[in-house]
Design a binder for this molecule. Structure first.
Ligand SMILES: [Zn+2]
Length: 153
């Protein structure tokens, strides 16, 4: 990951008390010295509003404001070519450690067929018990049928 982003994330976790260090103040000062002033200014502006300055992108969604992040931004983050800001909340973005951020998990309306399949599979999972007796019934029916048919014919 971008060193600048790493510094920002570490700075944030220290300032928000998410990670404890013996010399937190010294580390914070050191980190602030490493981050370019204009970035620290923007970060501080967000923090002053009670926001976190850095937010993870998970499944192409900004975890700060839960808005979708353009794929171009995600690609830039993946390639580590530049730092990116969320268009909606202005936070600095970084890719979270959870993999598969490439697959866009946008809740598109699914075709009816798929929905039905999902329902059926759920039912099968939730009611596993009748499977065995059903199979026995079926084999029983199969044995009965020829006899029944011949009786009717
Ligand atoms: Zn955001």
């Amino acid at each position: 990951m971008n060193e600048l982003l790493q510094n920002l994330i570490k700075l944030q976790s220290l300032e928000f008390g998410e990670s404890k260090e013996k010399n937190a103040d010294a580390t914070i000062a050191e980190l602030r010295g490493k981050v370019p002033p204009q970035i620290i200014t923007h970060y501080d502006r967000l923090v002053a509003r009670g926001k976190k300055g850095v937010a993870a992108v998970r499944n192409q969604v900004c975890t700060g404001c839960h808005m979708r992040v353009p794929i171009g931004v995600v690609t830039t983050l993946m390639h580590d070519t530049d730092i990116q800001i969320c268009e909606s909340c202005g936070r600095y973005l970084y890719l979270s450690d959870t993999p598969q951020t490439t697959a866009p998990v946008v809740t598109k309306p699914k075709p009816a067929r798929k929905a039905r399949q999902a329902k059926n599979s759920l039912q099968l999972v939730s009611t596993p018990e009748p499977v065995v007796p059903l199979a026995m019934d079926k084999s029983g029916q199969d044995k009965m049928r020829p006899g029944l048919r011949s009786a009717f014919n």
